[in-house]
Each structure stands twice: as C-alpha cells, then as structure tokens.
Design a protein around this ligand. Sequence first.
Ligand code: NDP
Length: 417
Amino acid sequence: GPNLLIIGAGGVGDVVANKAVQFRDRFGTITWAARTADKLAKKAAAVNARYGAPEDSPFIAAEPVDARDTDAVAALIEKTGARIVLNVASPYCNVAISDACLQTGASYLDTALAEDEFTIDIPPNWYEHKEWPRRPEFKAKGVTALLGMGFDPGVVNIFCAWARKHHFDAIDSIDIIDVNAGNHGKYFATNFDPDVNLREVTEEVITWEDGEWKFIPHHSIWQDVTLPLVGEQRVYSMGHDEVQSLAVNFPDTPRISFWMGFGEHYMKVLEVLDTLGLTSSVPVEVDGQMVAPNRVVKALLPDPASLAENYTGKIVIGVDVSGRKDGQDKRVFIWSTLDHKENYEEVGAQSISYSTGVPVITAALLMADGTWDPKTMVNVEELDPDPFLALMPEVGCPWQADELPTDGSWPYADGAG
Ligand code: NDP
C-alpha cells in the first residue's frame, strides 16, 4: 500500500498512529511527525512496543517537523515517499500542510477548518472564505484533499449523505447532536486543544435557518433530548464547521443546526472565564509583553491527552434528520457511541480523540485502495458514504440508524440502549 505520513501527535494523533499500525498491512511505510522531537519519539516507541515491532524495523517512524513550514513538510513528504498525508495537528497548520501536498501531489486529509491564530472576525462561511478558493488548484493538479474528516465534522457529514442516498426524497432539517456524558474527574478541562475549544464554545453561534445564516449569542438556545445509552441531556445550539459545508452541499435543506451537550458545572466555569476575558485570543499587554489570554488559560489547563487515563462514561454523537420519503413524513437518527474506558484500554486515548482518529484511518484505507480518490478538494459528504460506513465498524467505531417518531419526541428510555 501507499506510504503514510501522520502529522500531529496529540490525543487524535495517538489514535491515528495506533490505528495505522493496526492496519499496517494495507499501507507502506508509516511516519509520524509533530513539533516536539522527544515527546514524539517516546510516543512512537510506545506504539511500536504495544504492537511488538522488532527493534530494527519499527512499524512507525518518528520525524519531527514544523508543520507551519510548507517547504519543511514538502521535504518530509519527499523523504518518506508519503502518498497520503493525514493532518491531525493544529488547524493553524492546515494551509502549510495542504500546500505541501499540492506541491508534491500527495493526497491530503484534515479534521478541522483552517484557522488563523488571532482572527476575531470569522465570516459565516469560513470554507468559502478560506478553503474552497484553493479548490481549482487541487482540481487542476488532480490532487485529492478531504476536508473535515473527523467525527464532527466528518462522520456526521457522511451520515447526512447516507440519509439522503437511502432514506429521503427531501430533507427538511438536520440536527447534529454531540454529547460527551463522560467524566474526567478534573475541575475544568477541554477535550481537545483549549485554544480551539474555548473559541468554539464562546463565539457567536452561526446557524443555518430558513435557508440563510443566522447569528445568535452563544448558549442562548438549548433543548433537552433523550439519547440512547446516555439518557436525558441538555444540548446548546453552537456554530460548527460541518454546518458550513452542509448548508452548501444540501441546498434544499432549510435548517441545519449543531447542538452540543454541556453540564451545569462546565457552563458556570466557562461563564466566569469568558466574562473575565480569559477566553479571548486578542493579545493584551502584560509586563510589557503581548499575551493572548486564551494562551495563558491553555498553559494552565490539563493537557487534553492526559484526561484519558481516568475518563469514564460514554459519548453519543448523531444526526437527527427529518424530511419526506414517498410522500410520507420521516425522521431518522443515525448515531455512534464509544466508551472512554474501553478506548483508553485499547489505545491509551479518550473517546473524543478515538472518535476522531478512527474515521481518519477509515478514510485513509479508502484512499489507499483507491475507493475514495476524487482528485480534487472535497468535503466528505460529497463522496459515496456506503464504503466508508461499511468499513468504520471494523476500524473501531460502530454506528446505527433508528427511525424515530416524526413529532420530534425521543423514544429511547432514559439511560437504556
Ligand atoms: P492536540 O492539541 O492534543 O495536538 C496537536 C498536535 O499537533 C500536537 O502533537 C502538536 O505537536 C502538533 N502541532 C501543533 N502545531 C504544530 C506545528 N507547527 N508543527 C508540528 N506539529 C504541530 O490536538 P488534538 O489531537 O486533540 O486535535 C488534533 C486536531 O483534530 C485539531 O485540529 C482538532 O481541531 C481536530 N479535532 C477534530 C475533531 C472532529 O471530530 N472533527 C474532534 C477533535 C479534534 P507537539 O505535540 O509537538 O506540540
């Protein structure tokens, strides 16, 4: 199979590296890159040891790189002969890594929208602004780029494509629901990069309603849902990458919303941080130096990867799709669940990271055998969902679809499967 280059060795990178090694017979060489050399070397050694790699021919090799440096990434792609590059580093690296792929012709995948480190004004459709203008170049050179291929964005987009392909003539609404009902035992922590996470939960919510972008204050709209396995949960309307691409790729669907579950305690702490200005990425002067407050918070919060060890409970992420089929109203909930402790025991990561890493390798396997090779830049809902959803359980994430009552009620008994 083709040589693989994984960039990023945080919580998600850990899972991607483990899964790549588990499926190493379908790839050529596997290289793992991140910024900090000694940390990366330790991680790679641990993965090699976990799967019993011989000392003289490791299953995964470590190569430090600055992923914001296009030339350095391109040089690493050339050196390793990588044909598939999996970007699970910070979204600040997306542009440099994808440019390096464009230069070298390697296929590219990422799991989050590109971001600028200190932007405050994000236009409603950041894909249109930031990513899609580069599509013609990928198309002209025939280079594959899969944008947003984690769980959300990622699998939820594929669930929508699958719903459209198999269940509906017309889709009226899509509600993406993301609940982490787990407990990490810390006073306050974010499940992935605090920079990105704190921005995501405190920025104005951009949502798609009546076929246009609406702006609402964060956490101002919520609902209670009763989900399988985790029971009743309060979820809040939030802006999220996938709404932006789905709004364009599902042009006949007037309402697309993203909802995330937050506990009361998390909300309280967040409100204090936000009110004090500590979630802001706009630098302030401290003792003559300019410092972004969110960077200070990040430095103080637990490393997301370190939460895994004591995490218990489950996550449930799904899409609640309503519309019509053969003239009848129809509603389908398509969802996955993972268990923090089980995931930790397998690969040493919590379920948020696991749910992101499994889809990355599922997609990489489809890229490796040519099933998914659009030779241009796409969001994943533009691809055939069937081969992906057939393969994902084998890689580690089960999923299922339930037909639900069209009155919007939830038939799952509280806490039952
Ligand atoms: P972490 O912050 O834990 O890890 C980020 C990794 O990227 C680190 O290994 C870091 O290197 C590396 N990195 C950052 N900057 C550079 C650089 N300039 N050069 C080289 N390496 C760099 O993040 P996560 O693992 O939690 O998340 C990874 C990505 O996945 C993020 O983009 C996040 O937004 C996305 N994500 C997507 C989800 C989805 O469902 N779609 C869900 C969760 C996350 P070092 O270790 O050396 O500092």
